[in-house]
Design a protein around this ligand. Structure first.
Ligand code: ATP
Ligand code: MG
Length: 206
């Protein structure tokens, strides 16, 4: 068996590099001294937007924080996260777009009414400082389809309580939203099992 060599130049170089890196990171940590909630946009074509948002829900719940989740979802596919929240965390404010909404509907007026009805829940949460985290899952599509007024949405996000964090998921969403949020992560679709013929998996994809 080859033993790791801690005395060689590689190891010394590594240690020096790590020390320098730690210095940089420490300096950055010291500079980030502002305490406030953040707005996060998770976008792009790759998988992982909603599941990341639900990961933050789990983090907040772990600390006993009050959270709200609004899903502007397409169709009525039941998901593991919905089951988990409804059955094990009934205290979470959880709303989905009014039933009857589907992407293939030709009823634009009906879609707008459904989006606005759902947005009213979001607005309520965004005005309530007792919510530590608000997740607006798939909200971007409401903006791209112009089902919701962009100004109204951005205002509510901008004027939310200082300590509240908000996570928006979905592709696109527009420049206004990107400018407003503090953090934008774009999930890149490098490859996806679905394209190789693998069916969506329970507990992984929904
Ligand atoms: P997830 O919920 O898995 O985090 P997502 O929120 O990033 O996915 P959506 O477009 O909202 O992406 O996903 C809807 C469904 O499509 C989910 O079941 C997801 O796993 C799946 N999906 C996401 N990205 C892709 C992709 N690039 N190709 C095929 N299916 C995808
Ligand atoms: Mg999603």
């Amino acid at each position: 068996m080859i033993k790791p060599d801690n005395s060689g130049t590689d190891s010394a170089k590594h240690n020096a590099a790590m020390k320098q890196r730690k210095g940089h990171v420490d300096a950055k940590i010291e500079r980030a001294d502002e305490e406030r909630g953040v707005a996060i946009l998770l976008t792009g074509n790759g998988k992982g937007k909603s599941s990341s948002a639900f990961g933050m829900a789990m983090r907040s719940l772990g600390y006993g924080y009050k959270i709200g989740i609004i899903q502007f979802i397409k169709g009525k596919q039941l998901s593991g996260e919905e089951i988990f929240i409804r059955e094990q965390h009934p205290e979470v404010y959880f709303q989905q777009m009014a039933t009857g909404f589907t992407w293939d509907t030709q009823d634009r007026a009906g879609d707008i009414a459904a989006a606005e009805g759902t947005w009213a829940h979001a607005e309520k949460l965004l005005a309530d400082a007792s919510y530590h985290l608000v997740i607006l899952d798939e909200l971007t599509y409401m903006l791209s389809y112009k089902y919701l007024d962009e100004g109204r949405v951005l205002n509510a996000l901008r004027n939310r309580p200082a300590e509240q964090s908000v996570v928006v998921t979905g592709r696109g969403g527009g420049e206004g939203l990107r400018d407003l949020v503090d953090t934008v992560s774009e999930l890149q679709d490098i490859k996806h099992a679905f394209r190789a013929g693998v069916k969506a998996r329970k507990g992984v994809d929904y």
